[in-house]
Design a binder for this molecule. Structure first.
Ligand code: E4P
Length: 217
C-alpha cells in the first residue's frame, strides 16, 4: 500500500519524505487554510519536494469552472492530481480532465455507488473518507472493502485512496483490505511505529544496560 501524507505542512512532508515514507501528498482547502499559505505557492513547493502525485483541490462547484481551475492547478507541475468533489458536476469535470490526460482524484466519497461512478468517469484515484463515516457510526472500513470488491469484479484501474485516516489501526486495516493508497496526517503515520510492548521492552533493556555498564561507543 502506498502512503500519501495528508497535509500542506512542508516541514512535516519533508521529514517523512526523507525517510522514504511519502509516495504522494493530498491537500484540501481546510489543509491549505491551516498552512496559512497561498495555494499555488505551497502546492508548487510540495511538488518540488515530492515526486509522486500531489492532490490539489478545486473550489468551484460548476463543472466548467472546475475544469478551468483544474487545468490551472495542473500547470503547477506534472505530478499534480486535480481533486474534484464527488458531485455530478465533479464527475463531469473528472471525465474532461481525465480525457485531457491529467490525474484526477475524486474526493468526498461516502458510498460504493459514488465510487462506481468515479471509476466510470475515468478517475485516477477515488477517495473514500473512512473517519468521517466512523464519525456518524457507519463503519468506514466496510466501504473500502466494498469498493475493492466492485473494482476487482470489473477490472477498474481507479486506485482506492483511503482517506480520513484517523488512527494507525485504520492504516493496517486498509492495507489488509487491499486499498491501493492510504492518505494520513503525519501524526497518524508516526503513530504506526508505536507499541506498548516496544516501550516496555526498551525500558527494561535500558535498565539492564545501565546495570551491566554496557558501553558501545
Ligand atoms: C483526503 O484527501 C482528505 O484531505 C482527508 O483525508 C480528510 O480527512 P479528515 O476527515 O480527517 O478531515
Amino acid at each position: 500500500m502506498k502512503f500519501f501524507v495528508d497535509t500542506a505542512d512542508i516541514d512535516a512532508i519533508s521529514e517523512l519524505n526523507d525517510l522514504g515514507m511519502v509516495d504522494g501528498v493530498t491537500t484540501n482547502p481546510s489543509l491549505i487554510l491551516k498552512s496559512g499559505r497561498d495555494i499555488l505557492e505551497v502546492t508548487k513547493e510540495i511538488c518540488e519536494l515530492v515526486s509522486g502525485p500531489v492532490s490539489a483541490e478545486v473550489i468551484a462547484l460548476e463543472a466548467d469552472d472546475m475544469i478551468a481551475e483544474g487545468r490551472k492547478l495542473a500547470e503547477i507541475a506534472t505530478n499534480i492530481a486535480v481533486k474534484v468533489p464527488l458531485t455530478w458536476a465533479g464527475l463531469k469535470a473528472c471525465k474532461t480532465l481525465s480525457d485531457d490526460g491529467l490525474m484526477v482524484n475524486v474526493t468526498l466519497c461516502f458510498s460504493a455507488n459514488q465510487a462506481l461512478l468515479a471509476a466510470k468517469a475515468g478517475a485516477t484515484f477515488i477517495s473514500p473518507f473512512v473517519g468521517r463515516l466512523d464519525d456518524i457510526n457507519i463503519d468506514g472500513l466496510d466501504l473500502i472493502a466494498d469498493i475493492r470488491t466492485i473494482y476487482d469484479n470489473y477490472g477498474f484501474e481507479t486506485q482506492i485512496l483511503a482517506a480520513s485516516m484517523r488512527s494507525a489501526n485504520h492504516m493496517s486495516e486498509c492495507a489488509k483490505i487491499g486499498a491501493d493508497v492510504a492518505t494520513a496526517p503525519p501524526a497518524v503515520i508516526k503513530a504506526m511505529a508505536n507499541h506498548v510492548l516496544t516501550d516496555k521492552g526498551l525500558a527494561q533493556f535500558v535498565k539492564d544496560a545501565a546495570e551491566a555498564s554496557i558501553k558501545i561507543l
